[in-house]
Design a protein around this ligand. Structure first.
Ligand code: CA
Length: 228
């Protein structure tokens, strides 16, 4: 996501390097700190758009950093907790204190990137006048689609379907949901209508392994836009 910066708080250096590499490959600007104290100092210098926080740190707990950022420093961007702690109680506490999402380690690249971009959209990070992913760009105001800067002619329905899939990256979308969102009917239409249009969208927007993500067909369920 070009132009979006992410601050990472993670005390295990190999893990931090791995995360930073994944994010940089997806176009994010990244900074990293290995302790709570260093991270807070860095936060006074930089103004990241989003944060990924580890829970267990040498000098403090990530949850206290979260509270400090939300309550004392007024940080309002999306915060994702990434930690080995996996009890329901911990998850609830993290969300209560102001985290927007929660991932249990070990992290997986595709999932992390999908969650981050979903968070960014959900919290109105770019309010989606334009949705961009790899070579595809969707102009939501003029309802035009571009691949590598070249306009692609799509029918209004194909555009709506593409916009729905791209603004829900990482989420499993059932055929029934897509019918309702795009066609506005309660599945009176055959769900094969969705399949037909989806294959057109894939083809028109040249979606495939070479662009780093795909629209995966989930057998008997629907579709999901996934990073590869
Ligand atoms: Ca840790």
């Amino acid at each position: 996501m070009p132009g979006v910066s992410v601050g990472i708080l993670e005390d295990e250096i190999p893990q931090a390097r791995l995360l930073a590499g994944w994010l940089e490959s997806a176009g994010y600007d990244v900074f990293h700190s290995g302790s709570g104290k260093a991270f807070l100092a860095e936060m006074s210098e930089q103004s990241p758009d989003m944060l990924i926080l580890d829970w267990q740190l040498p000098d403090c707990e990530g949850i206290d950093i979260l509270t400090e950022l939300r309550q004392s420093r007024g940080f309002s961007g999306p915060i994702l907790f990434a930690t080995a702690k996996n009890s329901e109680e911990d998850i609830i506490q993290g969300l209560d204190r102001g985290a927007d999402d929660y991932l249990i380690k070990p992290l997986r690249k595709g999932e992390l990137l999908a969650r981050l971009s979903a968070l960014w959209r959900r919290t109105g990070g770019d309010a989606a006048d334009r949705i961009e992913l790899g070579p595809v760009s969707l102009d939501m105001i003029n309802r035009q689609a571009f691949v590598d800067g070249e306009e692609v002619k799509m029918t209004p329905t194909e555009f709506k379907l593409a916009a729905c899939v791209f603004s829900n990256a990482g989420r499993l979308l059932s055929r029934e949901f897509l019918l309702k969102e795009v066609w506005g009917v309660d599945a009176e239409l055959d769900t094969r209508t969705v399949d037909m249009h989806m294959s057109r969208v894939r083809k028109l927007l040249k979606i495939g392994p070479n662009v780093g993500y795909c629209i995966k067909t989930i057998y008997r369920h629907g579709y999901r836009l996934e990073a590869l």
